[in-house]
Design a binder for this molecule. Sequence first.
Ligand code: ADP
Ligand code: ASP
Ligand code: MG
Length: 412
Amino acid sequence: MGIIVQKYGGTSVGTIAKIKNVAKKILAAKAAGDQVVAVVSAMGQTTDALIAKIKKLAPLSAPREYDALVSIGENESAALLAQAILAQGGQAVSLTGWQAGIRTEDNHSKCKIIDVDARRIRQELNAGKIVVVAGFQGINSSGDVTTIGRGGSDTSAVVLAAALEARVCEIYTDVDGVYTADPRALPEARRLTAISHEEMLELASLGAGVMHPRAVECAKVNNMTLAVKHSQKTGKGTLITMAGEKLNTVAGVAADDNVAKIGLMRVPDAPGVAAELFGALAAARINVDVIVQSIHQEARKNDISFTVANEDYDRALKLTKEKARSWPGCAAAGNTAVAKISVVGIGMASSPGVAARMFAALGRAKINIQMISTSEIKISCIIEKKELKRALKAVHAAFGLASVKKAGSCGI
Ligand code: ADP
Ligand code: ASP
Ligand code: MG
């Protein structure tokens, strides 16, 4: 036996009744002989409500005060869960991020965890207590509370599991594992028994919200197996591990509607131009995703299009228009009615024809592909937003993901 870290997401601690159930689950793990650290998110939609409040005062709130406010949801659920464990006869203590020794970068609201001083947690565990840690938060070198980005409690849990050399890190949520597509959007999606870190990282980065990408990255770096399970039911869930299921070429399909597209026409075909445009966007901390450059019909001109997240769209379009004005004849325009559909699978690196199969599925469904981007283990297409649901269904079916294949089948 050893240390286990369990993370409970917002829906899983969304009501007092659910908190009582979670307390029971944690006590069962402790009774089985492990020392338990539980990391919690804020109850239900608490974080959204806190953000809405501060935005009423100032749309661009002071980062320090934003973090001081939005971090409190996790303090509430940590104290309630510790109290629920005590009420059921267990020994427990709740710790804030700083009490748990989670140290972050100095910037606010999306900062990275730098390290963990786990002495206090170990001390409490050795005293026989279940330690409940508030996820999503830490402390910076000035002693101020920081937060690590939306959905960050997954990362808090994995970082703590790595620091404590935990035997396993379990992510408890409102679905019973990782599916071949979001089961809420596609009922025929099926649960995977296992998925590799690489595939989960791609799926998470491409919009599969079940895990935060940074948490998967941290698990991968630390060779840590994650188990994704339902918080209110029993079941094996999905293991995120070194090698996933080897049944299909494609492990899953991700749909992302948090996408906007920006296009520039008649960009000078000269060295340094792309660096100038994307350098300006990077300096404004805007993440650019799919990029396509094509030759314009006019000589020595190119067209460039790229995508950004919806929340960065206004700033990105403004910056791009400013750049466009500095290039004679160049014009920029944007479009928020787009979405991204992606297939992910390690097997595709050695199986030709995956892209053709995806494009054919979209073609048969009469869905136009506006942009394409590929890596060794993923293919993404930018399409019209209103077609996303149909595209997900068509692509998922084209790879036979709803039916379980026999081991050894190549899946294409
Ligand atoms: P938590 O609050 O526990 O962190 P999230 O809402 O962040 O929970 O993540 C769970 C949700 O992820 C599910 O309700 C499900 O709709 C969504 N999801 C998206 N893609 C997938 C997928 N491939 N497999 C399972 N769930 C997915
Ligand atoms: N409560 C935070 C959020 O809603 C962190 C988390 O849930 O992981 O983003
Ligand atoms: Mg989550």
